[in-house]
Ligand binder design. Sequence first.
Ligand code: FES
Ligand code: FES
Length: 184
Amino acid sequence: MTHVNKINPRRAGKRPGNVHLSLNVNGEDLQVSVAPCKTLLEVLREDLVLTGTKHGCELGECGACTVLVDGQPLLSCLLLALECEGLKIETIEGMAGPGQLHPLQRSFAQHGGSQCGYCTGGMLMTAKALLADQPQPDRAQIREALSGNLCRCTGYQQIIDSIEAAAETMADTATQLTGAGESA
Ligand code: FES
Ligand code: FES
């Protein structure tokens, strides 16, 4: 589906010097007209009003701005939006399914993986990419994957607990689905 971004028409309008970009965000093709120097983080937050991706250090050090680009967790503060044309961008807003949270989101809520929440979107994006690549990581692998995401609240243990529990839930669900498929 292609449509002109109507969320913020004042910012989406063409201006001299702007570049016109087609971005695929959370499965939707969106058109924006932005200054070529804008980062993906700025375009997501300011032009597309997807403010779940957080603006932390803007220096590539905190991980709060992590999004998935073609499935890879990347720091949106270090990417120009125009570098992302033709790539699939996923933000925290696209994580939950229709009417239900992603197992990682449920697990963070159940295990205290989120406190102030500022780091949580970036943590969840990183964790999602980890579990896609490595469905049952051990705690050391989870720690390694999260090494670029800083949290000033939790002490990290609850975040690691949350990801470990979500991995188990997702593995159980996959086993049940496989079993159901075989007995059908
Ligand atoms: S805002 Fe991008 S790494 Fe901190
Ligand atoms: S929950 Fe507050 S920074 Fe992580």
